[in-house]
Design a protein around this ligand. Structure first.
Ligand code: S3P
Length: 424
């Protein structure tokens, strides 16, 4: 248990956040489909991405970690089936995108996960992959462990019922080794890192409106530097926006529009943001400074959710400190993340004194409501632990956080930097 005391002094800090989790997963997993040596610089070294490394190693990809922040992955002439069941830990991205890549590995790839991952819905990837002619078995209810028989498979056209970059990516990756084209129509556009990386690796992707199409093709390995993760940066953006006299500058951050919806929402709520673009490779990146200026309520609906999906709970926290009634709708996918994030967020914020009503797909939140310390449980979910830590900065008394070690999944150095900034 971690005791977190209020931050009562002005904040002026510069932070760098770890490399983007989505891009690191894709770099690792797509190295298994590429010709040559793939090099990732400033990759996210954390629990989730280590799960993807475990998976590609099990297929025979050679992994070299010879300098801090540098990862080199070399695919063998042909991938082989893993000798044992591969543990995807807590990582939905490893399991879902990995299922797509497994279609190219002849033989059986069996994927298991921790308790949380073993409850998460996998039918959304299994069913379309089965339609491509792949043999896939799962436990009843379409949950892990999954057994994927890789080998020849057809293409197909799919219309996804849920907006999910993980499902879209799994199908596109399976399309690279299919016998025909694969096209995927999304209800709402989601993060497009897989499409961009296929193109950066010499491949071709056609995006028309909400439909993305790939042909079977071989990729070429590339080298790239992973910009900082907006989903990790969001915790700092929230710390700054929560109170006047707080300013945090986040360096080398991924700027892609499909990931920065939370920062745009901060601006709408009244925080002052300064964006400084610095580069475009492998995707737009730069620094952003966030300054607290008081907050007002906003309305967020289904179309806004994909570009801020992992940050939506932070928006709920900000709304507790904003003037007026905030409505957040269309976020039902949060119920099937590492925890039921609608329920866990409600539980944490209510224990601290917030006024919020939980709906099936979001919340109605009345602000501003003073927060006080409480004992709160992160439910073994990294993002819920960091949410509680951010809330603790504006509580009137100390917060006791259970489950702080879960931050290892995406942001191992979070609490070090948190204490440094508080005590500076
Ligand atoms: C991710 C997509 C999102 C997100 C997850 C990472 C990705 O999930 O919540 O943390 O890397 O594609 P869904 O695509 O399932 O919504």
């Amino acid at each position: 248990m971690l005791e977190l005391t209020p931050w009562n002094r002005p904040v002026e800090a510069r932070v760098t956040v770890p490399g983007d989790k989505s891009l690191t997963h894709r770099g690792i997993l797509m190295s298994a489909l590429a010709h040559g040596s793939m090099e990732l610089l400033q990759w996210l070294d954390a629990g989730d991405t280590r799960s993807s490394l475990r998976l590609v190693r099990a297929w025979g990809v050679q992994v070299v970690e010879d300098a801090p922040g540098r990862l080199v992955l070399r695919r063998p002439d042909s991938l082989h089936e893993p000798q044992d069941v591969v543990d995807c830990g807590n990582s939905g991205t490893t399991m879902r995108l990995g299922s797509g890549v497994a279609s190219a590995v002849s033989g059986l790839t069996i994927l298991r996960g921790d308790d949380s991952l073993s409850r998460r819905p996998m039918a959304r990837v299994i069913e379309p992959l089965q339609e491509m002619g792949l043999g896939i078995l799962a436990r009843q209810g379409g949950v892990a462990p999954l057994a994927i028989g890789g080998g020849p498979h057809r293409g197909g056209a799919f219309s996804l019922p849920v907006a999910s970059a993980q499902v879209k990516s799994a199908l596109l990756l399976a399309g690279l080794s299919a016998e025909g084209s694969v096209s995927v129509e999304e209800p709402i556009p989601t993060r497009d890192h897989t499409e961009r990386l296929i193109e950066a690796m010499g491949g071709m992707v056609v995006t028309r409106g909400r439909t993305v199409t790939v042909e079977p093709q071989r990729l070429e390995a590339i080298s790239f530097t992973v910009p900082g993760d907006p989903s990790s940066a969001a915790f700092w953006g929230a710390i700054a926006a929560l109170r006047p006299h707080r300013r945090v500058t986040i360096e080398s951050l991924l700027f892609s529009a499909s990931r920065t919806g939370f920062f745009r929402a901060l601006e709408k709520m009244g925080a002052a943001l300064e964006w400084r673009p610095a580069g475009t490779v492998p995707e737009p990146w730069g620094s952003v400074a966030v300054e607290g200026r008081g907050l007002s309520a906003i309305s967020v609906g289904a179309d806004d959710i994909p570009s801020m999906i992992d940050e939506v709970p932070l928006l709920a926290l900000l709304a507790t400190q904003a003037e007026g009634v905030t409505e957040i709708r269309g976020a039902q996918e949060l119920r099937v993340k590492e925890s039921d994030r609608l329920r866990v967020t409600t539980r944490i914020l209510r224990a601290m004194g917030a006024q919020l009503e939980e709906l099936d797909d979001g919340w109605i939140i009345e602000g501003p409501a003073p927060l006080h310390g409480a004992q709160v449980d992160a439910a073994d979910d990294h993002r819920m632990a960091m949410l509680a830590a951010v809330a603790a900065t504006v509580a009137e008394s100390a917060t006791q956080l259970v489950g702080e070690e879960s931050v290892q999944i995406s942001y191992p150095g979070f609490f070090n930097r948190y204490h440094q900034v508080r005590n500076a």
